[in-house]
Write a protein that binds this ligand. Sequence first.
Ligand code: PGA
Length: 297
Amino acid sequence: AEVTGVQTCALPICSLSLRAAFAAAMLRSRFSRALSTAARRPIVGGNWKCNPASASKLPELIANINACDTSKCDVYVCPTPLHVALCTGKFTNGAQLAPQNANFAGCGAYTGEMAAEQMVDMGIKWCLIGHSERRGEFGLPTPKESNELIADTKLGYLLSKGINVILAIGEPLPVREQGIDKVLEFCVEQLKPAVAHFKAAGADKIVIAYEPVWSIGTGVTASPEQAQETHAALRMWLAANVSPAFADAVRIQYGGSANAKNAPDLSAQPDVDGFLVGGASLKPEFADIVAAIAAAK
Ligand code: PGA
């Protein structure tokens, strides 16, 4: 396994502004000794979104997940809310269920919502929040979930009930077009409300899924260099604002048109710890993505 963490983030510096590069270099040197060199266990999630149309397809999709070798990689699956219970107890390789959303107020008069208490009761240990399609990016006129609602209220609520959280973040295209400094600025706003929770919970209970909105479902994957640059910048920010130990240990997944073809090159990047996979998680190639990152780390 490669030595990973903040101290290995030399790659992104070239495209940061000089001032940011200097600050980043200071951060690296300041934290390099404090960081452990422990390898992070990779983690790959399958986000089925609002699929499949028929529950009769579930055995096939579950078989794709059960075909994954999980000896060197954690796997989780996010079925549509209607199908979560139909998938309970069906995974033979330790793959975990992670609902695609949660409310923040528990059980009661919350029509259409899912409570962490219900997840705990069903033995569910993980939950995905903050997907860009919940942040108002799927083109439907549903209200957007704010950074504070997601990264403070929902995250804190889920953690308080003992549910681990995959927190999805990522920038839209107009932000990416302004360069890495603006991307970092945008993503940091999505992380800031979570800082106190990150500090209290520790890295074991958190996974960050970096998913640039422009690459989700578009077939336009971030290049390995773009993914590495962004993950490294996020990790540096986490080192400075949460703790070096948290930054070193927390797993940052890449998401956005990840597939069996691009997974090996992305997996080779030291700060890419896994994938959140949409479209390709509905296909047998999902197992190849898991194998690619397991082989690379
Ligand atoms: P995609 O979706 O792999 O289909 O781009 C990723 C995601 O939205 O989690």
